[in-house]
Ligand binder design. Structure first.
Ligand code: HEC
Ligand code: HEC
Length: 261
């Protein structure tokens, strides 16, 4: 080790010890830390569907939580994040313990269908509700939802073959026109159709010169139909793709709904 490197290493060690000492001296938290996400599942999921977006609208005992929060933010005209603390959290803390027809922002028709929410007094404390409401405010975010919907639309507009390639990680190794880790799809497109399908199904190594990674087998993941779609896409669509960046910019990664909390 050169002297310079050694010095750097010692400085690094000192640095990490300092961090350890620092955290070890931190005062233990006085107030109990509540986990809003765990609590909302435990206390509210029996009536409110918590997914964003909701996966079903059947057997509803209450409006989906996403609808509740979007609605509340709208009606309270919340525009700045500090109103989360001045308006949103206090409302939820109060409503869940003392719900009433007059306080509810729920429209009259929905109130009739669902009935007023039964008070959760005894079921949940004010401190727990603070954590729940804070989680609700952050998680059910309109902007995030909109972005996800736009990503989904962009993903669904791609050819089926490209959707499969993106959601199965083919682009971790392959690119449209550049051959780095694996031959490009443009190069591959000139190969025989059956050979292409066989390789996707069974994997391969050493067939192409200059690539050292192994092409994994996809037979346990993809159906014959999927493999056919991929092969046709590679041979039909990729040669026309001149600018790889144009594709990349459209959708970076496969779209995923934040359908879970
Ligand atoms: C027993 C079923 C039930 C449970 C459990 C429940 N809710 Fe509700 N909740 C409802 C119903 C029904 C409505 C719609 C009618 C209304 O607005 O009162 C509602 C409405 C709401 C509203 C909207 C009020 C408005 O003005 O639009 C909030 C906020 C709310 N619930 C929060 C919670 C939270 C937080 C929990 C968990 C601590 C929870 N609820 C648990 C049934 C329930
Ligand atoms: C871990 C990296 C990696 C992943 C992931 C990967 N490949 Fe490959 N692929 C390779 C390599 C490396 C080769 C060259 C193999 C060789 O030389 O035998 C290759 C070759 C191919 C060929 C060449 C066909 C032939 O016989 O000449 C096709 C088609 C192909 N891959 C399609 C896909 C598809 C479709 C996916 C996703 C479902 C995928 N690959 C995922 C690395 C990968």
């Amino acid at each position: 080790m050169s002297l310079n490197l050694k010095r750097k290493f010692v400085r690094f060690l000192l640095g990490t010890t300092a961090v350890f000492l620092f955290t070890a001296c931190g005062k233990p938290d006085q107030k109990e830390q509540y986990n809003g996400k765990a609590l909302i599942v435990q206390k509210c999921a029996s009536c409110h569907n918590l997914k964003m977006p909701p996966d079903t609208y059947e057997d509803e005992k209450a409006p989906p939580m996403m609808a509740v929060v979007f609605h509340l933010k709208d009606f309270m005209k919340i525009s700045m994040n500090d109103e989360k603390f001045s308006k949103f959290i206090p409302f939820v803390q109060d409503y869940v313990i003392n719900p009433s027809k007059d306080k509810s922002y729920c429209d009259k028709e929905s109130l009739k269908t669902y009935g007023v929410m039964p008070s959760q007094k005894g079921n949940v404390t004010k401190d727990e509700l603070e954590a729940i409401a804070s989680y609700m405010y952050d998680f059910y975010d309109q902007q995030t939802y909109l972005t996800q919907m736009q990503k989904r639309a962009a993903f669904e507009a791609l050819p089926k073959g490209e959707q499969l390639a993106r959601s199965n990680g083919c682009f971790n190794c392959h690119a449209m026109n550049k051959s780095v880790v694996a031959p490009s799809f443009a190069q591959i497109s000139k190969r025989d159709a059956k050979e292409i399908r066989d390789t996707i199904q069974n994997g391969s190594q050493g067939k192409w010169k200059g690539f050292h990674v192994m092409m994994p087998a996809f037979k346990s993941i993809l159906t014959h139909g999927h493999i056919l779609t991929l092969q046709q896409w590679i041979q039909k669509d990729t040669p026309q793709r001149q600018e790889e960046s144009a594709v990349k910019n459209r959708v970076e990664t496969p779209w995923k709904v934040k359908n879970d909390i």
